[in-house]
Design a protein around this ligand. Structure first.
Ligand SMILES: Cc1cc2nc3c(=O)[nH]c(=O)nc-3n(C[C@H](O)[C@H](O)[C@H](O)COP(=O)(O)O)c2cc1C
Length: 239
């Protein structure tokens, strides 16, 4: 199996330790590709809207984005990690997610995403872990992913991993190991089930795209939906 990891920062801190704990279960069993932000996606979206209006390959940062996208699409399991920075995900993670706006369902979602499984690991000192996970989950669910496991923790102690009491460390790493074992035992030959919220969004946007086609048939998003057959009987999910 293949796992693609998006690390929301480059530091080898607590978040990194938690990510390593999750991956330990897969080390000799999976092909793991990791991206570290901002290193692997260093530039902000400039808001040129070329990706939305024309073609994602026209983005000034396409060399970074397309490399990440290829790894995301090839993976069976996606892992996103981030500490809470002022109650939200890191700026580096947000910057990367902005670049994937064109993959949101109202635009040109990837068919593969509807069958993917994802895990989000976040941690904070006291508050903001959940809102950090939500920042990431919002994008993943709008990309079409329904199977998203959130693992969010509050340290409520030192932020230096080695100084955190063993009991506290176990209370964090045990659920991560359990989630990793569950992920390892999943049958990835079967796409994940696409839930009702994703289907509902799809049908609303399908109506929207049908309307756009009447007034602006040259729209890149409309053409994409039409070519995929989504305005007819074809659906992006298999399960
Ligand atoms: C810039 C910055 C902002 C932070 N904001 C929050 C926050 O809003 N809430 C919180 O509980 N912890 C906050 N923290 C603590 C981190 O979420 C995290 O617990 C700590 O940095 C240890 O994780 P790390 O070793 O992975 O960096 C912040 C840390 C930094 C560096």
């Amino acid at each position: 199996m293949k796992i693609t990891v998006i690390n929301g920062y480059e530091k080898h801190g607590v978040t990194y330790r938690l990510k390593e704990t999750f991956l330990e279960e897969f080390r000799d069993k999976a092909e793991i590709t990791e991206f570290y932000l901002p290193r692997d996606c260093p530039n902000f979206c400039a808001g040129c809207t070329s990706c939305f209006m024309k073609d994602e390959h026209k983005c000034k940062d396409a060399e970074y984005i397309q490399k990440i996208e290829k790894a995301l699409l090839e993976a069976d399991l996606l892992l996103f990690t981030s500490p809470a920075y002022v109650m939200h995900t890191t700026g580096a993670m947000k910057t990367m997610l902005d670049h994937f706006g064109y993959r949101w369902m109202p635009h040109r979602p990837s068919e593969e995403m509807f069958g993917k499984r994802a895990v989000i690991i976040t941690q904070c000192l006291g508050a903001g872990g959940k809102s950090t996970a939500k920042d990431i989950k919002d994008s993943l669910s709008w990309w079409g992913i329904s199977s998203i496991k959130v693992l969010s923790f509050k340290l409520m102690s030192d932020i230096n991993w080695d100084k955190i009491p063993q009991k506290k460390r176990d209370s964090i790493t045990n659920p991560i190991k359990a989630a990793a074992r569950k992920a390892l035992s999943t049958d990835y030959s079967r796409p994940a089930h696409t839930g009702l919220p994703a289907r509902f969004k799809f049908y609303i946007i399908r109506m929207m795209q049908t309307g756009i086609g009447k007034t602006n048939p040259e729209s890149a998003d409309y053409i994409y939906w039409k070519i995929n057959g989504w305005l007819d009987k074809v659906r992006p999910w298999k399960n």
